[in-house]
Design a protein. Structure first.
Length: 135
């Protein structure tokens, strides 16, 4: 449920009318593509999206934060169910076993124009000294 919170702090939150992706004319993949481009503005400026799902066992979006922590996003066009949680837990196990080389492969696959490694791109994205990057 999404609520409007009133600035005055005196009125109770007002529930907003919810609608589905389909009702808005969107498909799940279209939302995924949009978030791939705009996740940083919507969720946190401390995120760098490094991958987007392809068929197989992959989260819809994969990102790193400024500390190098991995973030996984799994989108569903319908309400969450227990099996969705198991899916995310499975992705967490898969991606938790990744090494920097695996993340670099993911980054280079989804950013076909990438001319530098994920480590260098990460340092550049977050303003770290490039000499700290692992090659």
């Amino acid at each position: 449920m999404i609520y409007e919170v009133h600035k005055s702090g005196k009125k109770a939150p007002t529930p907003l009318t919810a609608s589905s992706l389909s009702e808005q004319g969107w498909r799940e993949k279209k939302l995924e593509n949009y978030l791939f481009k705009h996740l940083r503005e919507l969720v946190s400026t401390d995120l760098m999206v490094i991958g987007q799902s392809k068929p197989g066992e992959e989260a819809d979006l994969v990102a790193l934060d400024y500390e190098g922590e991995l973030w996984l996003f799994e989108l569903k066009k319908v309400g969450g169910e227990a099996e969705n949680l198991l899916q995310v837990m499975r992705y967490s196990q898969i991606f938790g076993a990744f090494e920097i080389s695996d993340l670099d492969d993911l980054y280079r696959r989804d950013f076909t124009g990438a001319t530098q490694s994920l480590a260098l791109a990460f340092c550049e994205w977050f303003g770290y000294d490039r000499s700290r990057a692992v090659e």
